[in-house]
Design a protein around this ligand. Structure first.
Ligand code: UN1
Length: 492
């Protein structure tokens, strides 16, 4: 069905360098990097090109040159390309999921789910191409017509993180192309495999020369080049707060549009009247699935006195039963941490928590499995306070802490006592508290009796405070970032 299967197999040979795609051609990098499996560090998934500064500039130039024609192209063409991408992703869900789990370390089930989400996102934006509408508004001046339309922004620089190797690229690339922009895509260095596979699909779906460019490589080379080039009209970034601030500063300097998705320190409140089973499942899923490596992870569990001990006991029991092992093994619940430096960060926060006086109720041990990988036992701290660093800074690993509170009011105050504001959850059977929390949680997303992580693909995604900057991603709200508004006045 898809003509490039042969090429796919040849390219997954670790001896072949997976190339960048610049100005309509696959091009070798100046250097190459090995893609290593975190479940088994002896397993090299493949060799991936690292673009030079010049190659990143060439990609930007190609995107710039392609923009006038692409931005005025017919909506049928754009729809068809995106729909084709969606159907190939869906048809190859299992194979791409396997690649994703192998390079990132989330479980096979999570990885296949993520690939499905990427397919659905392309499908959704294929439809959005056809639905983009403007407005006709009456003028205050008789005889004058006012029309408000949305136009493409131009060249969009897309910088994505390693924790969602295909879904986050999909939710940035799909709307960028849907609304008539050209793309320069720089995936995270740790997960070039899924990015390359997605790019190959987009290229074969018929994106015209220069419209879509893949530039794998280092942040300090490719990322910096994108930030400093005047021909980039907008940058969308998901990643750390520190890098987000650099992106923001460069974008202000160049007076270009930008959108940032950064950290989270998401609270999950559990009230006395919660269904204990629901609360424990929300906590396990939100805090530990995907190895806790989600900006939507529930890292702060805020629990009222009456249910506290029961909740901690039930959660600890549940953690004891989780299998931490090779992401590709179907019996695994929690895969490895992504790499050594993330593991060092997780371990250092476990030490910090202990030094701050938190009680390590379970886990936190480095685990040895049959293959050499970055395995860490999920860790649960109890008796923690809001001022501890483990409750203020994003750890980005399978580490969560419980705070004991008196009542709902104290729980809400603690939930909001954070520099972040991405997702905020509550487990309760009280309509009164659920409604109050929905209104008063200082977060971009609120979850009632659901994990803080794991979102739909067709509705807005994003946060407040230190978590996000700029318009929301996903759903039809994505048009805010990927288009610019024009107001036209006509005297016929
Ligand atoms: C999810 O929880 O389903 O980097 C998505 C992240 C987020 C995506 C979370 N941007 O973790």
């Amino acid at each position: 069905m898809f003509e490039s299967f042969d090429r796919e197999i040849r390219n997954s040979d670790s001896m072949t360098m997976h190339q960048n795609f610049i100005g309509g051609s696959w091009i070798d990098g100046q250097e190459a990097a090995d893609n290593i499996n975190p479940s088994d560090t002896g397993d090299i998934i493949g060799s991936y090109a690292r673009a030079s500064r010049q190659q990143a500039e060439d990609a930007i130039g190609a995107a710039r040159a392609a923009f006038p024609a692409w931005s005025r192209s017919g909506i049928q063409q754009r729809h068809d390309i995106l729909a084709k991408v969606a159907s190939e992703i869906m048809a190859r869900k299992d194979e791409l999921g396997r690649l994703l789990a192998r390079e990132e370390g989330k479980t096979l089930a999570e990885a296949i789910g993520e690939v499905g989400r990427a397919g659905q996102i392309f499908d959704f934006f294929a439809g959005e191409v056809l639905r983009l509408a403007g407005e006709k508004i009456a003028s205050t001046r008789p005889g004058v017509e006012v029309e408000v339309t949305r136009e493409p922004v131009g060249v969009i620089g897309i910088i994505t993180p390693w924790n969602f190797p295909i879904a986050i690229p999909a939710w940035k690339i799909a709307p960028a192309l849907a609304y008539g922009n050209c793309v320069v895509f720089k995936p995270a260095e740790l997960v070039p495999g899924s990015a390359w596979a997605l790019s190959d699909i987009i290229v074969r779906a018929g994106a015209p020369e220069g419209v879509f460019n893949l530039v794998m490589g280092r942040g300090s080379v490719v990322g910096e080049t994108m930030l400093n080039d005047d021909r980039v009209d907008a940058i969308t970034f998901t990643g750390s707060v520190a890098t987000g601030k650099k992106v923001a500063a460069a974008c202000v300097e160049h007076m270009r549009k930008f959108q940032l998705e950064m950290g989270g320190k998401n609270p999950m409140v559990v009230l006395d009247d919660a269904d204990l089973k629901v609360a424990v499942e929300c906590a396990v899923n939100g805090a530990y699935f995907s190895t806790g490596q989600r900006c939507t992870a529930s890292s702060r569990l805020i629990v009222t006195e009456g249910i506290h001990d029961k909740f901690v006991d039930a959660l600890t029991d549940r953690l004891k039963g989780l299998v931490v092992d090779d992401a590709l093994d179907t019996a695994t619940h929690i895969g490895p941490v992504v790499d050594q430096s993330q593991l060092d960060q997780d371990n250092s926060y476990i030490d910090i928590g202990k030094a701050e006086g938190a009680n390590l109720a379970w886990g936190g041990e480095r685990l040895n499995r049959s293959k050499p990988g970055f395995y860490l036992q999920p860790a649960l701290f109890t008796e923690t306070t809001s001022d501890m660093r483990i409750n203020r800074e994003e750890i980005f690993g399978p580490v969560a802490s419980v705070m004991r509170v008196k009542d709902y009011e104290e729980a809400l105050a603690k939930a909001n006592d954070t520099p972040f504001g991405l997702s905020s959850g509550i487990c309760t059977t009280s309509l009164k508290h659920a409604s109050h929390f929905r209104r008063n949680a200082e977060a971009g997303m609120v979850m009632v009796n659901l994990p803080t992580a794991g979102v739909d693909y067709h509705v807005p995604f994003g946060g407040r405070k230190g978590s996000s900057y700029g318009p929301r991603e996903q759903g039809r709200y994505a048009a805010e970032f990927y288009t610019v508004v024009k107001t036209a006045y006509t005297l016929p």
